[in-house]
Design a protein around this ligand. Structure first.
Ligand code: UT7
Length: 332
């Protein structure tokens, strides 16, 4: 039987560190509130004069290739998860293909927000298992800092969201590997966490310059407490679904890497599963919530720290805009 496995991991975060103190100096918030409600101490923002989603993704990719002992030329297909593409269209996949100097390989974009990386991993897993490709690049990358409302009006999202990129290289193997992936959505809650515009259903006459400047364009609208309530339920469901599907229990998990949405959400899941600190990886304290990039950044860092070892059972889980939620169980 043919399975897929992750043979290389990489990540890139921008140099500029944005502290809670800095945010407190430009909007009505404070370090205590941010730490107590989110666990975030600092996050990274790009330099818009030189960074793009695609070039951050390329840096993460090069680290993953080097660790896997591969080169750009080995990549046969790209699956790119982002909700903050450099252009409205085309997607970031083709920009990454260009950035990596690859000729005409396929590139697919995934727009499933915080669950995007697991959705992308699942798509790549199917392509490897079917025999269609032998080396697939899966990326999650986001630039959120350029669109965040950096005034008190936007404080419930401004303190959370940030920039970064993570990459994984998948190849076939005859023993798992990726054991299973589980993908879900519930569009009834689409508007609980969304960006309305530039949406194509908006009538032309509503696209006046003053409306574009002040209202819905790139403005993240989030009903934080509603998202939180659903997140804690769905995270648990989808982790248990993955364990049940593989005849395993929570005790089999060696490392859980939850999407870095909010430290309180991660701690809630950890407590529910009664996992010790050594079995849960969090880095939201340093990077904030990087949406589709959060899991591959965390996985790459955890691997580099020696917390992802051969034969370990790794559980990835995510919840976010859509709502969408997903999990993956991986035998390393
Ligand atoms: O990535 C996946 C999707 N996103 C998430 O999973 C995020 C899920 N939700 C959350 O993380 C939390 O809901 C937040 C961190 C966004 C907010 O925390 P909360 O404990 O749910 O706060 P809240 O929205 O209920 O607001 C409580 C108070 C409000 O003031 P009043 O009405 O009680 O006077 C807010 O106006 O906190 C106020 N507030 C702030 N105060 C200081 C909201 N944002 C801030 C802020 N600084 N940045």
């Amino acid at each position: 039987m043919r399975y897929s496995k992750i043979v290389g991991l990489g990540h890139h975060v921008p140099e500029t560190v944005i502290t809670n103190e800095y945010l407190s100096s430009i909007m009505d918030t404070n370090n205590e509130w941010i730490i107590e409600r989110t666990g975030i101490q600092e996050r990274r923002y790009i330099d818009p004069t030189k960074d793009t989603v695609a070039n951050m993704a390329a840096k993460a990719t090069r680290m993953a290739l080097e660790r896997a002992n591969l080169t750009e030329k080995d990549i046969e297909f790209i699956v790119f998860a982002t909700i903050t593409p450099d252009y409205f269209f085309p997607g970031s996949g083709v920009l990454l293909q260009r950035e990596l100097g690859l000729e005409s390989i396929g590139a697919l974009d995934i727009r499933n927000a915080c669950s995007g990386f697991i959705y992308a991993l699942s798509v790549a897993d199917q392509f490897i298992k079917s025999g269609m490709y032998k080396t697939i690049l899966v990326v999650g990358a986001e630039i959120q800092s350029t669109a965040i409302d950096m005034t008190t009006r936007g404080r419930n999202t401004a303190v959370i969201f940030a920039d970064g990129a993570g990459a994984a290289i998948l190849q076939p193997t005859d023993k798992p590997g990726i054991l299973s992936t589980h993908l879900h959505s519930d569009g009834r809650f689409a508007e609980e966490l969304y960006v309305r515009d530039p949406g194509s259903s908006r009538p032309r006459e509503e696209r006046q310059p003053e409306q574009i400047l002040d209202t819905t364009h790139f403005k993240v609208v989030m009903n934080g407490s509603q998202v939180f309530k659903h997140a804690v339920v769905r995270f648990m469901e989808v982790i248990n679904e993955a364990l049940t599907a593989n005849n395993m229990t929570k005790d089999d998990i060696d490392l859980l890497i939850p999407h870095q949405a909010n430290l309180r959400i991660s701690q809630f899941i950890q407590q529910k599963l009664q996992l010790p600190d050594a079995k849960v990886y969090n880095n939201i304290m340093r990077y904030g919530n990087t949406t589709a990039a959060s899991i591959p950044i965390a996985l790459s860092e955890a691997w580099a720290e020696g917390r992802v070892k051969d034969n370990d059972l790794i559980c990835l889980a995510a919840f976010g805009s859509g709502f969408t939620w997903a999990s993956a169980l991986i035998r390393w």
